[in-house]
Write a protein that binds this ligand. Structure first.
Ligand SMILES: NC(=O)C1=CN([C@@H]2O[C@H](COP(=O)(O)OP(=O)(O)OC[C@H]3O[C@@H](n4cnc5c(N)ncnc54)[C@H](OP(=O)(O)O)[C@@H]3O)[C@@H](O)[C@H]2O)C=CC1
Ligand SMILES: N[C@@H](C=O)C(=O)O
Length: 252
């Protein structure tokens, strides 16, 4: 059985991957979709061109992994693609977020880093020649971001992990792509709170476009997928400019 697994499938870019995957992979038997909101997953499954298997659960808790591992052992599928899209951010200074929502920042690390890693480790034995791992990092991975500190740090982890894993797996014909968009119009900002920088509104991208570009880059076996000229500029800027200068710019 040939499958794709998508976390964070109930909204935003995860959902968009599920919608677009059948056009990029014509021979998928199933897409396994993961998130907490079962009703959203059910609605997505209903309109899907490929049968979807729903795994409803919290990736910060153990139960969902047990369900998934059980299903993997039963089916021994060929995972053509794992998309790790589940993630969230919180805007604000570290101390203020800690006061307002004491567990939010460690929960961010649990989901954005720990859960993504755990999903990858569980799926690795089922990846074959030509399989892909697609990790949703962010342009926030390129440089530390005041008022987005923990979030940007988790995304640096995702980018670093993805690149190193990709280097390890390349010889086995498995390719890893870190997707690094700037702001994308999804439910992300309902959870994260108001954008820290006004210019981000001006470069807000549409999720279907970001995901289409990501899937094209995945096909090309690209290590990093960056959507749009503004974020390509941000990537280059973070390579050329001292991060202290960028952090000062972001703070103003
Ligand atoms: N939007 C943006 O500007 C950008 C987003 N990203 C990254 O892209 C990824 C997707 O974000 P995006 O689509 O924008 O955001 P959304 O908020 O639309 O989607 C987040 C997804 O993660 C799932 N999720 C959240 N918490 C958990 C949990 N504990 N267990 C299981 N699933 C969970 C949500 O489902 P549910 O609530 O049903 O569990 C939802 O499906 C994230 O990693 C984000 O950091 C990167 C760059 C830019
Ligand atoms: N890239 C976005 C989040 O990941 C942002 O900078 O708002």
């Amino acid at each position: 059985m040939r499958i794709a697994i998508v976390t964070g499938a109930s909204s935003g870019m995860g959902r968009e991957f599920v919608r677009q995957l059948p056009y990029f992979y014509h021979n998928l038997d199933e897409i396994w979709i993961i998130a907490r909101r079962e009703e959203k997953l059910a609605a997505l499954a209903q309109g899907s061109a490929v049968p979807c298997r729903i795994f409803a659960g919290d990736l910060c808790k153990g139960e969902i992994y047990q369900k998934l591992e059980h299903a993997l052992k039963e089916e021994t599928p060929d995972i053509r693609m794992l998309v790790n899209a589940a993630g969230f951010g919180k805007v604000g200074e570290v101390k203020k977020i800690a006061h307002r929502e004491p567990s939010a920042q460690t929960a961010m690390i649990d989901l954005n880093c720990r859960a993504l890693t755990r999903m990858t480790l569980i799926c690795l034995p089922y990846l074959r020649l030509g399989s892909r791992v697609v990790n949703l990092a962010s342009a926030a991975a390129f440089c530390p971001q005041p008022s987005f500190a923990v979030y940007a740090a988790t995304k640096s982890y995702v980018l670093s992990f993805s690149r190193a894993l990709g280097a390890e797996l390349k010889r086995t014909g498995i390719y890893v792509t870190a997707v690094c968009p700037g702001p994308v119009a999804t439910e992300f900002f309902d959870v994260s709170g108001k954008l820290p920088n006004k210019w981000k509104d001006a470069v807000m991208a549409k999720p279907d476009r970001v995901v289409k570009k990501a899937l094209l880059d995945v096909r090309k076996k690209k290590e990093i997928s960056v959507y749009g000229i503004a974020m390509k500029g941000a990537e280059l800027g973070a390579k050329l400019m001292p991060h202290r200068v960028i952090m000062d710019l972001l703070s103003n």
